[in-house]
Structures are given as C-alpha cells and as structure tokens.
Design a protein around this ligand. Structure first.
Ligand SMILES: [Zn+2]
Length: 341
C-alpha cells in the first residue's frame, strides 16, 4: 500500500499555543488537559507534551532513547534538547542520542554537557541535502572529529533520500546510496569505512528495505560493527520478517520506532496508518538480542518523547514480554550501540 510521507504543517501554530498554555497550568487543569490530550490519541491515552513523572517510578531508569527530535531544528518540535535532557535525567534515563535531519547536534551535546554534567547526551549526523547532493564523506568525517567525540551515528540520507523522493513522486532526484546497477556508491563505502574505523553507528536512514539489505551486506564485508537498519516497522520502510533476518545475519541491529503506534486516525498525524501493539510486538519479538526500540518522537503534534517511551514500556509489560527482553530493547542494546556500556 502506498502511504504518503509528509509531515503536517497545518495546526502547528495552534498546537504551539497549546504548548505554552500547558506550561502555566496547575495540577487540576493538567489532569483535565491530559484527558483532552488523550482524546487525540484514541488508543494510547498519552497526554500531549505534558510529562507526568511519578516520584518512585523505576519504569524509565536506565533507558536509552537513541532516536528522537528536538529543537533547534528546521521543523517544529515539542521540546528543546537542553530541556529534554533535564527531564530525561529526572526520569532516570541513562543516555540519549538526538537526531537532526538537517544540521548537527553532536556539537550542541557538548555544550549541554557543560551545563548539565550528568547528561549522557550524544548527537548524530544525517547525510541530507544541506551537506550536498551526494553523501558527503568530508562532512561525516568532520562531525566525528568534533570536540567531545559525541557524534555516535552517521545516518544515510533521510528526508532527502532517493527512495523517499521516489515514493513522494517528486520530480527531483533524491540522494542515492546505490548506483544504477544496484551497487553501493563509493562515497557510501567510504563513510562505512570511517564508521568501522571510529567504531560508531552506520544507519540506513530512509533507504528502502531492499537497499538496506544491500547496505547491510556491504557493511558486513567492510567490518562495520555497529550497523543499524532504521525504522524497520515504520511506514514505507517496513520490512518483512525474512528481510529483517537477512539483515541480522549480516550483523545488523534492527531499530523499531514506537511512533507508528501513536500516529494515525484521530491524531494530528492522520495521514499515516496506526500500528497496533500486537503488530509492534510481532516485530520486537523477532530477535530482541539484535534489536532495539527508539521513540522517533519530538514532532510538535505528538506526545513528549518521555511519555511515549513510558507508554511503550507499559504496553510491552502488559503484553507479558519478559523483563529481560524489554531491558535488551530499551536499555542494553541502544547503550551498547552508542558506547555507554
Ligand atoms: Zn526520526
């Protein structure tokens, strides 16, 4: 099925006003707002933007979310990176890796750490058009060399990926990862080599499932230790079980995002199809040893990423997933990937 991939631009202003309003409300109004927020999310019951952290809530202790979006960014986001880290520390998170589609965030992570010494925050770098019309080896290299060594992942093109443009029926060419014969492009191989040498994550970005398999094989050959297939349960990047297994056989870790369980009809991202918890579980159960969960939240119209992560863990526990597997998915594996172990 063809699913249109375009983030909504309407209602953002309206939503911003809601955000500011929520900042200044008391507990009673907060509860009321939470109920209002949950009506936007028919099956999730998560309030929009508000975070409600109970004092001895161990649910989030040690959690690592290594894919979420915050301001400053070229799109509207629900929270800024600094504020998010303050909340994440309070919630007991172990580490966070931000993702900015266009600009850098590893350098901001360095500054956030000066102000918040307990903040285990990292950045990542996407090979999108602001860095040129091809995957830019030089930009990737410099991101990794930046003070603090906090860039822990190079993503292949995301919003400017050739596959994404093609699915959006855009006239222009997006940034390719393969040549016309289906071979991995030299500049992509070079970035793989840099990721292997510096031992950071090489992520598939918005490559197609088929492209991701070819990338996985090549990365395996080159010796990339931390190769990640991203969004394997999301929208146009959804993989079949056998595609997932093939990537794992080539040494990949598979990322499953919780965002698809929150968008859909009745929410402010109605153009996407909601993923049921059962479907989500059918992905995360494939191989918890070689997978992890991230929220991919931060969109201005979606719940706060901490609320999203909390909701996800509760849903996994309620479904009877063993705690050991949950720990692999939201604690151990993402921590290992960004090297905080
Ligand atoms: Zn994302």
């Amino acid at each position: 099925m063809y699913i249109r991939v375009r983030f909504p631009s309407i209602n953002l202003l309206k939503n911003k006003q809601t955000m500011y309003a929520q900042k200044t409300i008391g507990r009673r109004a907060f509860l009321k707002n939470s109920i209002l927020g949950s009506s936007l999310l028919v099956t999730t019951n998560i309030p929009l933007h508000a975070i409600n952290l109970e004092k001895d809530d161990d649910l989030l202790k040690g959690v690592c979310d290594i894919h979420l979006h915050a301001t400053p960014d070229s799109r509207e986001r629900s929270v800024n990176e600094y504020k998010f880290m303050q909340d994440a520390i309070r919630a007991g998170y172990r580490a966070v890796m931000f993702k900015s589609n266009d600009f850098s965030c590893h350098d901001r992570a360095y500054l956030i750490r000066q102000a918040l010494p307990d903040a285990e925050c990292f950045g990542s770098f996407c090979m999108n058009r602001v860095h040129g019309d091809k995957v830019n080896v030089y930009a990737a290299q410099k991101a990794i060399e930046t003070s603090g060594g906090l860039c822990r992942c190079i993503w292949m093109p995301t919003l400017d990926a050739a596959y994404q443009y093609q699915r959006e029926n855009r006239k222009e060419q997006g940034i390719p990862v393969l040549d016309n014969n289906g071979q991995v492009l030299p500049e992509v191989i070079k970035v793989m080599e840099i990721c292997a040498e510096t031992d950071i994550i090489f992520a598939t970005g918005h490559a197609s499932p088929e492209e991701s398999i070819i990338l996985a094989r090549k990365a395996h050959e080159i010796g990339v230790k931390r190769f990640v297939v991203t969004h394997a349960n999301s929208s146009i990047w959804t993989m079949t079980d056998s595609q997932i297994k093939e990537c794992i056989d080539n040494g990949a870790y598979i990322e499953y995002c919780y965002l698809p369980c929150l968008w859909g009809e009745g929410t402010k991202m109605p153009q996407y199809q909601r993923q049921s918890i059962e479907e989500f579980l059918s992905f995360v159960r494939i191989d918890p040893e070689r997978s992890f969960i991230s929220t991919d939240l931060g969109q201005a119209v979606m719940p706060h990423p901490i609320q999203g992560m909390r909701d996800c863990i509760i849903k996994l526990q309620t479904a009877g997933m063993p705690q050991k597997e949950i720990d692999l998915l939201v604690r151990h594996n993402p921590a290992w990937l960004i090297k905080v172990n």
